[in-house]
Design a protein around this ligand. Structure first.
Ligand code: GLU
Length: 468
């Protein structure tokens, strides 16, 4: 059997972080088994399912590297097929027409409530002859669900879960306007797409019993389900807006790398021993459906940040340059040219060591992009008072013929120069940093100066001298 999984989001305007985890689990499970991972957009709610909302899901999935293996399926495009299956169920006697009016059903529920009974459809049209159908009423089609026995779910995560069939009423499959219900659509789509395993949030656990009943009525093999507990916030309550961002794209905007978020989401509700850093290859090799926790995992931004710090350090320097270039251009208003790009690349190793997110990295990288004359940050301006300016001007002359122009040689020179001029290293290095970077914080200053090169460095020091 080839394993086929799917992610079936309903467009809401963004990819929910829990949905991203569901997509990841389904993709990994399929890849682990050498199978396929498909995408179905559950776009039957026309109001919410705008192209924009659908594109937001595609964008976020593609950013996260969770694209599907085949063309995505649109649920709304398959209405006719869903209706046909309802008709088939009707023909085989597994479904029937119900002519009960909304008023009648409201009254039925009121009576059930008053009698302290659970409110469910009482099967009033289950055994009535078609000849009793009232004229001019469009019926709904309901499943003739089993009334005795139980429906058993062997869940990959929850274990065996059983529901007495008496608790499940005859659900509507097709509404009176001929539109299929969600429950019917999901089953028909899962069957037609050849889905063998459904991993999804446990908010769908109760739906699974009803879906299994439809599968059985059609004589179709039921997929294997795995209902994963929903993600909770740090306080233990279901993750909601008040805990922070819910959309995956918000994490992109906060400067998280997709590989860090993937690794984080993977560990959220699934474990492989004590492993924290898990590569995509390891994840595929290990994600076999076991190790999924029954208790809801808590979203912890600090852990995500720690992973991001790790993945930033591990990332290719050139890749990081290209990731931050648009943001850098926007922040500095300076278009990135080849020289800035090559300086940034040279400085990236040190910059990424100090960054927690791409946002941090973009901020700290601006020093390689901003050109002369520098706008001094207030703290840098403060460093450059009269005395340090004199130190700088003298040091500039000594620097002008230093050979070679490397970080190491510059640092050695600075130590010797400071010593011979009765200065502390900081009394030389801090003004240098301020003059060359416009800031009081930077990556190791001699590395920065080495990257800028002699001419640029000397010019920046001269700018300070001239600005007195
Ligand atoms: N469309 C449903 C949702 O977004 C998922 C349905 C399913 O996975 O069966 O919650």
């Amino acid at each position: 059997m080839t394993v086929v999984t799917r992610f079936a989001p309903s467009p809401t305007g963004f990819l929910h972080i829990g949905g991203a985890r569901t997509a990841l689990f389904n993709k990994l499970f399929a890849k682990h088994h050498g199978g396929q991972y498909l995408l179905r957009i559950e776009d039957t709610d026309a109001k919410r399912s705008t192209q924009e909302a659908i594109d937001a899901i595609y964008d976020a999935l593609s950013w996260l590297g969770l694209e599907c293996d085949e063309e995505p399926v649109s649920q709304s495009a398959r209405r006719d097929r869903h209706a046909k299956v309802a008709q088939q169920l009707l023909d085989s006697g597994h479904a029937y027409r119900c002519y009960a009016s909304p008023e009648e059903l409201t009254e039925m529920r009121a009576q059930q409530k008053a009698a302290g009974q659970p409110t469910r459809y009482d099967g009033r049209w289950r055994d009535r002859a078609p000849s009793e159908a009232p004229a001019g009423v469009d019926p709904v089609i309901r499943l003739r669900a089993p009334q005795d026995g139980e429906t058993v779910l062997e869940d990959l995560v929850q274990g065996q879960v059983t529901v007495a069939n008496a608790q499940l009423d005859d659900m509507i499959l097709l509404r009176s306007d001929g539109s299929p219900t969600y429950m019917l659509s999901v089953v028909v789509d899962d069957y037609d797409m050849g889905i063998t395993h459904v991993i999804r949030g446990d908010d769908h656990l109760t739906n699974a019993f009803r879906q299994i009943q439809i599968f059985k009525a059609m004589g179709w093999k039921t997929p294997i389900y795995g209902h994963v507990p929903l993600i909770h916030g740090p306080d233990g309550a279901k993750l909601s807006k008040r805990h922070g961002a819910l959309g995956a794209e918000a994490y992109r905007d906060m400067g998280f790398l997709p590989e860090a978020l993937r690794n984080y989401l993977l560990r959220l509700g699934w474990g492989h021993g004590d492993d924290e850093i898990i590569s995509d290859e390891q994840a595929i090799a290990w994600f076999d459906g076991s190790g999924l926790g029954k208790a809801p995992a808590r979203f912890d931004t600090a852990k995500l940040t720690a992973l991001n710090t790790h993945y930033l350090k591990a990332a290719d320097n050139g890749h990081l340059v290209s990731l931050i270039t648009p943001g850098l251009e926007q922040n500095t208003g300076v278009p990135m040219d080849e020289l800035a790009s090559s300086r940034l690349l040279a400085g990236m190793e040190s910059l990424k060591e100090r960054a927690k997110t791409l946002v941090d990295l973009t901020e700290s990288a601006a020093l390689y992009v901003r050109g002369r004359p520098l706008v001094m940050e207030p703290k840098a301006a403060k460093i450059l008072s009269d005395e340090p300016r004199v130190v700088l001007a003298a040091a500039r002359n000594a620097l002008s013929d230093l050979q070679p122009w490397t970080a190491e040689a510059l640092e050695n020179w600075a130590r010797e120069y400071a010593e011979s001029h009765h200065l502390k290293l900081g009394q030389l290095a801090q003004p240098l940093r301020a003059a060359v970077t416009g800031s009081n914080v930077s990556p190791p200053i001699f590395e920065v100066i080495a990257i800028f090169g002699r001419d640029e460095t000397l010019s920046r020091i001269e700018d300070i001298a001239e600005s007195t």
